[in-house]
Write a protein that binds this ligand. Structure first.
Ligand SMILES: Nc1nc2c(ncn2[C@@H]2O[C@H](COP(=O)(O)OP(=O)(O)OP(=O)(O)O)[C@@H](O)[C@H]2O)c(=O)[nH]1
Ligand SMILES: [Mg+2]
Length: 276
């Protein structure tokens, strides 16, 4: 529970039998999660037994792929604030309160794994992955005139239920690049979003996506293609996105929108607070 709001944590699982039990316990110990939903995406045998040793809720998603698993988790989660992460030992439960703190002011809080002093020894974030993620994130930031972005592949994130409802009908990606699709839709909808550094730790077991440089490079190219495609479609065919502009001018608007709305810019808020 965070300031009267229920908090759900969604973990997809495919090949995390050795780490999933500890990951669930660690996130529970953060003290804020009201439920943990584990989405078994045809996971390694023995995974369900590990999950049953905890109080997490288990659901099965037969359609293969990271995107399908997360989209199913979003449907199952009942919280007002929904946190997505991975149970492979790479993310830390003590980042949960940081995401929650920013959720007071933003609809979506994305994690970033490219801040050097948050990258633990042995984590799979060498020069190529770190700068690759950074450069593609900068491309997204530039093309969408977004807030500071520094990672397109971080799977730890938080979204407010009302914000999810706006972009969910536009989800199309079922595979590994669902993460960047979600970021693009947040931008297209005009949601308030911020990206904050999260710890990135050595994975328990073998990474099946970014562990292979050729696969990682191909995924990077697909992400670039997706960014360019969504940018062009949002310019030329905005009606193709049900969420297009839906969050702009809302009460939780961008700093610019917020000057007319209830939430002011820091300066406006300071003026509001200072006695006249
Ligand atoms: N590879 C893979 N992962 C899946 C699938 N469905 C869900 N996932 C989840 O996707 C996440 C990414 O898989 P990992 O093997 O950790 O890949 P990675 O190389 O560490 O990739 P990142 O964590 O995105 O850097 C894990 O949490 C899996 O549980 C699937 O069909 N294949
Ligand atoms: Mg991983």
């Amino acid at each position: 529970m965070w300031r009267g709001q229920r908090v759900s944590v969604v973990f997809p699982t495919y090949n995390e039998r050795e780490s999933i039990h500890d990951a669930i316990v660690e996130f529970q110990q953060s003290g804020y999660g009201d439920e943990i939903v584990v989405v078994n995406n045809n996971a390694a045998p023995g995974t369900n037994e590990e999950v049953r040793r905890t109080s997490a809720r288990l659901v099965h998603e037969p359609q293969q792929g990271y995107g399908h698993a997360i989209r199913r988790g979003f449907k199952e989660a009942t919280g007002d604030l929904i946190i997505v992460s991975e149970p492979d030992g790479t993310f830390r439960g003590n980042d949960v309160p940081k995401l929650l703190t920013y959720s007071d002011e933003f609809d979506v809080v994305y994690g970033s794994r490219t801040h050097r002093q948050f990258i633990w020894g042995g984590a799979n974030m060498g020069l190529f992955l770190r700068w690759g993620n950074y450069v593609v994130a900068k491309m997204m930031e530039f093309l969408f005139n977004a807030n500071h972005l520094s990672d397109v592949g971080c799977t730890m994130r938080l979204i407010r239920r009302s914000a999810l409802a706006l972009i969910e009908p536009d989800f199309k990606v079922g595979g590994s690049f669902f993460g960047p699709e979600m970021m693009l839709l947040s931008l297209i909808a005009g949601q308030t979003m911020v990206q904050i550094p999260v710890h990135y730790v050595k994975r328990v077991g073998t990474s099946s996506v970014t562990g292979d440089p050729v696969k990682a490079f191909r995924l990077g190219l697909r992400m670039i293609a997706l960014i360019l495609e969504y940018r062009l479609r949002a310019w030329l065919q905005p009606g193709a996105f049900k969420c297009y502009g839906a969050a702009r001018g809302a009460a939780r608007g961008t700093a610019r929108g917020a000057t007319q709305a209830t939430r002011g810019t820091p300066r406006a808020v300071a003026a509001e607070r200072s006695p006249s």
